[in-house]
Design a protein around this ligand. Structure first.
Ligand SMILES: NC(=O)c1ccc[n+]([C@@H]2O[C@H](COP(=O)([O-])OP(=O)(O)OC[C@H]3O[C@@H](n4cnc5c(N)ncnc54)[C@H](O)[C@@H]3O)[C@@H](O)[C@H]2O)c1
Length: 378
């Protein structure tokens, strides 16, 4: 195999000791397997794919709409990895990519959002399929709606991942994306965060530490209470949205920013997506409320929607995950942890012995990685 020359990936690899060790240790279980994979195609993913390919895993890869780094995808192709994704892909192109990836007849899947796994199971899994992993909360919810006859480990159910990646990783990188996309000042800014799970909490806390005045809406009273105890203002969506200069959608749920919420937004409010799908903004309600649009720069980057009455709401990167579209995704160390959970969970699936169905990361796997991380960080 040619050596990997993509500089960003080399930098990531240098800071991913846990993933490197996990691939080395589990190679006897994973080598020779066909792995169908869907993960944001950017340097940390490329680092994982490079390690797996070097360990003898046959990886076929796609990404998510709008987040692919084309230079990274090309560099992986040069390594001999089959990569079916382009940054310009829309949802229809993504669906075609998923079909192409599954043509490898995988033994294992590593998914992000459940498109790949649902498509594989919907069309009948190949005889040798053992099961797989799912990265996200949203994907886990979609999979739990089906009866899944293979083990699928939901990485996001790991307390370790929720703490390190969703809370601290997403908090930092979403705010970084917001700064990159807007060049606006955070100290003193009035920000609203919809959803106070680990991702919303991470964003809200990071903004507050930088001096923003943060209001939070969460429909779960336990989460709303947590936000109050963390020092944020809390209220129903229309109340927290009124007066907000920046709005972060972190619920993972569709249509959260609908007709009533759009009506509550102030003139000039900037909306940033955090949740996995851009569906948190109700596209039909936005279209119905929009009189005309204004592009501030490259189309889709900062789209002003002028609403009846003249107020303007600016949507960043079409509501897609801003830490991926306008920054470098989560920090390398946060992803080192998440990708280690992926590798060791895939190895557990490959080893057999897991029950069928959607399940959390096996306890011993999580404890082992937490101990390794503590040993490295202390
Ligand atoms: N951008 C990234 O890099 C990244 C990383 C990890 C996860 N995610 C995604 O971020 C989203 C949130 O992840 P999480 O782990 O925090 O999930 P979570 O499910 O723990 O938290 C979501 C919160 O939103 C609340 N909520 C749901 N509907 C609501 C509504 N209508 N109004 C207000 N609150 C509402 C829920 O009560 C919950 O507390 C998911 O879509 C996940 O896939 C993104």
């Amino acid at each position: 195999m040619p050596s990997f020359v993509h500089a960003g990936t080399q930098w990531a690899l240098k800071h991913m000791p846990l993933t490197t060790a996990a691939v080395e240790e589990t190679a006897p279980l994973l080598a020779g397997r066909r792995l169908a994979m869907c993960l944001h195609v950017e340097p940390k993913t490329a680092a994982l794919v490079t390690l797996l390919a070097r360990a003898g895993v046959e990886v076929t890869l796609t990404g998510s709409p709008g987040t692919t780094h084309d230079d990274v995808a090309d560099a992986l192709r040069a390594l001999g990895v089959r990569v079916h994704t382009r940054r310009a892909d829309d949802d229809a192109a993504h669906a075609r990519n998923v079909v192409q990836v599954l043509e490898c007849e995988p033994d294992l899947t590593l998914d992000n959002g459940a498109d790949l796994t649902l498509s594989l199971l919907g069309s009948g899994a190949p005889a040798g399929y053992l099961g797989g992993t799912e990265e996200t909360t949203t994907g886990g919810v979609r999979l739990r709606e089906k009866s899944v006859g293979h083990p699928v480990v939901v990485i996001n159910d790991s307390r370790l991942k929720l703490l390190v990646e969703n809370e601290f990783g997403v908090g930092q990188s979403v705010v970084q994306g917001f700064l990159n996309a807007t060049n606006l000042m955070v100290p003193g800014m009035r920000a609203a965060v919809l959803g106070y799970g680990p991702c919303g909490k991470g964003v809200a806390d990071t903004l507050a530490r930088l001096g923003a005045r943060v209001s939070v809406c969460d429909t779960d009273p336990m989460r709303a209470l947590q936000a109050i105890l963390d020092g944020h203002r809390v209220g129903p969506a229309p109340e927290v949205l009124a007066g907000a200069q920046a709005v972060f959608t972190a619920t993972g749920a569709p249509g959260v920013l609908g007709e009533a919420e759009l009506a509550a937004l102030s003139d000039g409010a900037v909306v940033a997506g955090v949740g996995h799908f851009a569906w948190e903004i109700d596209a039909d309600a936005l279209r119905a409320a929009t009189v005309r649009t204004v592009e501030y720069g490259e189309p889709g980057r900062r789209t002003g929607h002028v609403l009846a009455g003249g107020r303007e709401v600016v949507i960043l990167d079409r509501g897609r995950m801003l830490n991926l579209t306008a920054a470098n995704g989560n920090s390398i160390q946060a992803m080192d942890l998440g990708l280690t959970l992926q590798v060791r969970s895939l190895a557990a699936v490959a080893a057999g012995g897991l029950a069928t169905g959607v399940q959390p990361v096996p306890g011993p796997v999580e404890q082992r990685i937490a101990a390794d991380l503590v040993a490295r960080l202390r």
